[in-house]
Write a protein that binds this ligand. Structure first.
Ligand SMILES: Nc1ncnc2c1ncn2[C@@H]1O[C@H](COP(=O)(O)OP(=O)(O)OP(=O)(O)O)[C@@H](O)[C@H]1O
Ligand SMILES: [Mg+2]
Length: 263
């Protein structure tokens, strides 16, 4: 589905990502984790074609993403950014409808299929009742769900999300992760999610990629990546790792956090 071959990228004169290679299979649910500044957003923006690599190739379904124009790319992949700024006063439904633009022949003409997809996306994200509200007047978590709904309406095989549940309450976090999981298992779509919520990622993702300083430190099943020496080294905190008796997935609790400035 997605192949990254020897990717190099830098923001400054110092190289940041060096010869990073990665393949992601169709239908998989991949979590990208790592400390602040480890390169998660950078990597997902490179995959989304927002940042251009210095060297290296990224292909999606065997097509070089750099050879595609924005509309072609948006038919292949949806991207939910880490922060959402919108200065125009669109309604929630209009924001979700924007997800259909890459497929639209004519923006004026009504399209029943698109309307149905927008309705489904609003329903799946619990936003039907808020559909006529102004996007700018929503709470942080409601905005986040509206942008996820827009990505769902885009109906792409690949969905990239950068911290999509950072503002969501416990129930909505679970619902979004479950919804994304269903897109993989029931519809064969591929989901790549950047997150700091390691416990959610461990519960739902079938593969985790741990980044540090622009490099992949560990890549595998949650149980292979979430080992305490690796996590303690990368995050610099002591962690307790156990199995959640209800979900049977791993969970992590940090403890013994060193103070800033202490040795
Ligand atoms: N536009 C930019 N110009 C210069 N440096 C940048 C730019 N964007 C990001 N960086 C730097 O690149 C590094 C990786 O940033 P990135 O946003 O990918 O981190 P991240 O893993 O997503 O972190 P977070 O968890 O805080 O979102 C950081 O050190 C950051 O300061
Ligand atoms: Mg980030």
């Amino acid at each position: 589905m997605l192949k990254i071959n020897r990717l190099n990228f830098s923001y400054t004169t110092t190289p940041f990502i060096n010869a990073l290679s990665l393949s992601i299979k169709e239908g998989s649910y991949v979590g990208i984790i790592g400390p602040n500044g480890s390169g998660k957003s950078t990597l997902i923006k490179l995959i989304a074609g927002i940042l251009k690599p210095v060297t290296g190739i990224i292909t999606s379904e065997n097509e070089n993403i750099l050879a595609l124009d924005r509309k072609q790319l948006a038919r292949k992949m949806a991207y939910v950014p880490q922060s959402i700024d919108m200065t125009f006063n669109f309604s929630v439904e209009e924001v979700v409808t924007m997800g259909r633009f890459p497929h639209a022949e004519n923006l004026i003409k009504k399209d029943e299929q698109s309307e149905q997809l927008v309705f489904d996306a609003l329903k799946k994200t619990g936003l039907l009742e808020l559909r006529n509200r102004s996007f700018m007047g929503l709470s942080g978590g409601e905005k986040q769900r509206a942008v996820i709904a827009s990505a769902l309406a885009q109906q792409t095989k690949l969905i990239l999300l950068d911290e999509p549940t950072s503002a969501l309450d416990l129930r909505h976090q679970q619902e979004i992760y479950r919804l994304l999981k269903r897109l993989c298992t029931d519809e064969g779509r591929t989901v790549v999610v950047v997150t700091h919520d390691i416990n959610l990622a461990a519960q739902f993702c079938d593969r985790l990629i741990l980044l540090n300083e622009g490099n992949i430190v560990k890549d595998g099943k949650p149980e292979d990546v979430l080992k305490f020496p690796i996590i303690e080294e990368v995050y610099g905190v002591k962690v307790y790792i156990d199995i959640n008796p209800f979900t049977k997935s791993l969970y992590i609790l940090p403890y013994n956090l060193p103070e800033y400035g202490s040795d």
